[in-house]
Design a protein around this ligand. Structure first.
Ligand SMILES: Cc1ncc(COP(=O)(O)O)c(C=O)c1O
Length: 419
């Protein structure tokens, strides 16, 4: 059964989606800032506290059970990113904190005269940690531009920025501003050709597409479970040999082995447990009655993401068609419905004569939960001269529907008719 055929049953799994706004169902188009969670994630969170709330590494039963649960989560997230070594999965508070900590460690390997590359399309969490680390290490930062037609990453600019001195290329797998999907594999080829490492921000990719660190051939990748139907939890994957050889900033008693070496302090074990449940929720989208095991998990993920992509592309095409019928709307991203393979269902818009702040208020007051501003893709809005108003972001995930898009369009049409 497709997601479209099954949408009511899928939505029923998310208690948060039952929220009413002024007597009508709220429309959750704020997914890129954090998705709602299914009941099984909420259950895992509370089960953790009921069954084995204990710190890591004790000899007693609850601590051992805690550790077993966390080990299972390491395995599940390794499979989630397409790796098979659970030791390569580092948990932390969120992607930003993990990237800050990791950038410090990586920067100790840089020398004056080295260069790093970041982009003007990325979320600031994949820009500023590297820029600050580069400042401390006396390393030059080069910026990759985006092209002005579809607002996708300009690969010529990337090629021009990468050279023999480049030590790191930090890129996003997908933009949280435009929904554009980057050719990560092609980018890693360009970076590796000069011996640079590649750090991928897959935070915006996670809810929409299957991450594959092996196919992409990247060196590090970070994502965040609260963007893909899970709890607030950051995940960092890195190649074992690199994670082993780099020096982590850590306290003396902390473990020297992977993954403990990189997991600073006491973790949010309840979030890690709930994170495992969110991976399994995604698996069961395609096979609701199948028990998820380490043996079938990756294959189920693959099939579920195929379903998600198909459904989201259907909504994207509808959204773009409807936007094309409204005078004055500008979409910052791919608008050609023949080119949907290169974008996800995230739309940033402005209107020619309704200020963004006003448009946001109209939509939010009508129960359409959209985001306004730069959503931390600050280089992007600054380059386009869109500060301080920014844009409106409408983010669709697989629990949204065509009916919700149409309701939003009704709100937009009546707002435009009365201005
Ligand atoms: C593309 C992207 N990268 C990074 C982040 C930062 O993630 P976190 O909130 O886990 O630090 C976000 C959050 O919005 C994001 O959308």
């Amino acid at each position: 059964m497709t997601i479209q055929q099954n949408i009511q049953q899928i939505r029923a799994k998310f208690p948060g989606l039952q929220k009413q706004h002024d007597g009508r169902p709220a429309i959750f188009f704020d997914g890129p800032a954090g998705t709602q969670v299914p009941q099984q994630v909420i259950d895992a969170f509370s089960d953790y506290f009921t069954r084995c709330n204990a710190n890591h590494g004790g000899d007693f039963l609850t601590s051992r059970e805690n550790d077993q649960w966390i080990d299972r989560a390491h395995r599940a997230f390794a499979q989630f990113v397409g790796a098979d070594d659970p030791g390569e999965i580092i948990f932390g508070q969120n992607m930003t904190s993990l990237t800050f900590a990791f950038s410090r460690a990586l920067a100790t390997t840089w020398n004056a005269g080295d260069e790093i590359v970041v982009t003007r399309l990325d979320h600031d969490a994949n820009v500023t940690p590297w820029v600050l680390a580069a400042e401390d290490a006396g390393v030059t930062v080069r910026y990759v531009e985006f092209e002005q037609e579809n607002y996708t990453l300009d690969l010529d600019s990337l090629r021009a920025a990468v050279n023999e001195k480049t030590r790191l290329v930090a890129i996003g797998a997908a933009s949280n501003a435009t929904g554009g999907v980057n050719p990560v594999k092609q980018i890693t080829e360009i970076a590796h050709a000069v011996g640079a490492l590649v750090y991928v921000d897959a935070v915006h990719y996670g809810p929409h597409g299957l991450i594959d660190v092996v196919d992409w051939d990247c060196d590090f990748l970070a994502c965040s479970a609260y963007k893909f139907f899970g709890p607030h939890l950051g995940i960092l994957w890195g190649r074992r040999e690199l994670l082993e050889s780099l020096t982590a900033y850590k306290v003396r008693p902390a473990e020297d082995d992977l993954p403990g070496k990189w997991m600073t302090g006491t973790q949010s074990f309840e979030s890690i447990a709930a994170g495992l449940a969110c991976v399994d929720y995604i698996c069961q989208l395609s096979h609701p009655d199948v028990e998820v095991t380490p043996e079938n998990r990756r294959q189920l993920l693959q099939q579920s993401y195929e379903m998600i992509l198909e459904y989201e592309q259907h909504m994207t095409a509808h959204m773009l068609d409807r936007f094309a019928q409204i005078d004055g709307i500008k979409v910052y991203g791919i608008t050609d419905t023949e080119n949907l393979a290169h974008r996800f269902s995230t739309f940033s818009i402005t209107h020619s004569h309704i200020p963004t702040t006003q448009l946001s208020k109209i939509l939010c007051d009508a129960g359409v939960f959209v985001w306004r501003g730069h959503y931390y893709a600050l280089q992007f809005t600054e380059t386009l001269g869109l500060e301080p108003e920014g844009m409106i972001r409408i983010g669709l995930v697989h629990y949204n529907s065509i009916a919700e898009i149409d309701s939003m369009m009704d709100v937009l049409h009546s707002a435009l008719a009365s201005t």
